[in-house]
Design a protein around this ligand. Structure first.
Ligand code: NI
Length: 188
């Protein structure tokens, strides 16, 4: 069911994406922007904290049973696939579930996907502002009797240039080789 939600959201967003193609670049460029969040070491960071690297930005949550771990794995594999060029790319995971995805929880979670993956959390307001900047939709479902809950959310990986401008995005199901190929074109 969770997977289905992801797919439905991705499909709805893909229609939106198709509509942008005919739009002036200025409108697509309005995806992204400044954010202030807390990384998995407890440090406050902004979009300018990553040494002028390109950013790969994915919003999701660590308790996600399927799509998020898959996407994070693919993102890490794409960075590795780039070899030395991968050093110019900073992968970021922004949680949409900051209550459960604390600094400590993310510190345990992110290294299993890539040694340079940075996990980002923050207050509800900080997460909300970052999600709004990236036009990410998310919604927490009702908890079950054990207090567990799923979160519906947009599952795009955004690729941003070192100035924080939107370059492109990747949809669920795109493999790491294809992702690396597209990134390489932008880096050349
Ligand atoms: Ni997910």
């Amino acid at each position: 069911m969770h997977r289905l939600f992801h797919v439905m959201i991705a499909a709805a967003a893909a229609i939106g994406a198709a509509l942008w193609i005919g739009l002036p670049a200025a409108q697509a460029a309005s995806i992204g922007g400044s954010f202030e969040l807390i990384d998995h070491t407890g440090k406050t960071v902004t979009e300018e904290s990553f040494d002028d690297r390109y950013l790969l930005v994915y919003f999701g949550y660590a308790y996600c049973p399927d799509v998020c771990p898959t996407e994070l794995l693919i993102m890490g594999q794409a960075v590795d696939e780039l070899g030395e060029l991968g050093e110019e790319v900073q992968p970021l995971f922004v949680t949409v579930d900051p209550v459960r995805d604390t600094v400590e929880y993310l510190a345990d979670y992110v290294p299993s996907f890539h040694p340079r993956l940075v996990g980002l959390t923050g207050s509800d307001e900080q997460i909300h502002a970052a999600a709004r900047a990236y036009r990410v939709y998310y919604r927490l479902n009702e908890p079950d009797e054990d207090g567990n809950y799923l979160v519906d959310h947009t599952s795009y990986i955004y690729f941003m240039d070192p100035d924080g401008d939107y370059l492109t995005h990747f949809v669920f199901g795109q493999g790491p080789e294809k992702m690396a190929e597209i990134i390489r074109k932008h880096l050349d």
